[in-house]
Write a protein that binds this ligand. Structure first.
Ligand code: NAP
Length: 259
């Protein structure tokens, strides 16, 4: 299927690795010029080179913390009028809510709620005036089914999702769609870090922990960033113009509900 995206421009945040990189690569495969960001310059340049080699498209890198004003300004300076914005950042740490002070909450809200809202605010009117825009927020399955130890994530991402539900309807008439992609368990550094930490706590082998997690997923495996990226590219495509304000759970069937 031709996604109709050739020649479009995308800003893909937090994309030197994992799900963000999967989205950037999938968009680049469709002929989209991508600007990718991350804090670590070396991994970012390596990702850019991999995407350039695989697709031949223009890849611009912006090293910086997207959760800061300076980081967002630098990203928008490099890609001022994106047709596509993929919002992403690292997730907050796990823990017990009794230990999270105001600072911990503000950090989580900055990263997983306010940063995507501010980036959206910066680009959405331009998209609307050009009559085409796609905004995809990478959130988490925790929006659908909260994960007890990830309360910071549950709260911040639910806040973002609620705000977007309202905004999506305000810009839908201008050719702009805004949707959430909710990853379950994807094989990325973040997932591996969580597995290693759990193994460290229980004294088990990390592969044993990973096997048990896979066994709890109906698909019996972790998702791959490439398949996450493909879903993102479809939501950004010309064919998805009637899909907005939605939250697509991609979890191998792990959520046990009918809807
Ligand atoms: P990952 O493999 O650890 O990759 C994270 C990427 O984001 C890296 O490129 C990282 O580069 C960049 N990044 C992190 N913080 C950043 C910041 N403040 N500014 C700019 N770039 C930043 O993580 P992932 O698994 O792809 O996860 C992506 C998001 O999905 C996270 O919010 C995570 O919580 C969420 N999620 C993931 C899963 C999963 O199974 N993987 C499940 C549910 C939710 P630098 O560190 O160099 O900045």
């Amino acid at each position: 299927m031709d996604l109709g995206l050739t020649g479009r421009r995308a800003l893909v945040c937090a994309a030197s690795k994992g799900l963000g990189k999967g989205c950037a690569l999938a968009l680049a495969r469709e002929g989209v010029a991508v600007t990718i960001t991350a804090r670590g310059a070396e991994a970012l340049e390596a990702a850019a080179e991999e995407i350039r080699r695989a697709t031949g498209v223009q890849v611009t890198v912006v090293a910086g913390d997207i959760t800061t004003e300076a980081g967002r300004e630098a990203a928008l300076a490099a890609c001022p009028d994106p047709d596509i914005l993929v919002n992403n950042a690292g997730g907050p740490p796990p823990g017990d809510f009794r230990e999270w002070d105001r600072e911990a909450w503000i950090k989580a809200l900055d990263g997983n709620m306010l940063t995507p809202i501010f980036l959206t605010r910066s680009v959405v009117d331009g998209m609307a005036s050009r009559g085409f825009g796609r905004i995809v927020n990478i959130t988490s399955s925790a929006v659908k089914a909260p994960i007890p130890e990830l309360g910071l994530s549950n709260g911040a991402r639910a806040g973002l999702t609620g705000f977007i539900a309202g905004l999506a309807r305000q810009v839908a008439g201008k050719g702009v769609t805004i949707n959430g992609l909710l990853p379950g368990s994807f094989d990325t550094d973040r997932l591996r870090g969580g597995i290693n930490a759990a193994a460290g706590r229980s004294g088990e082998d990390a592969e044993a922990v990973a096997d048990r997690r896979r066994a709890g997923i109906p698909a019996r495996r972790f998702g791959q960033p490439d398949e996450f990226g493909a879903a993102c590219a479809f939501l950004c495509s010309v064919h998805a113009g009637y899909i907005t304000g939605q939250n697509l759970l991609i979890d191998g069937g792990a959520f046990p509900g009918t809807l």
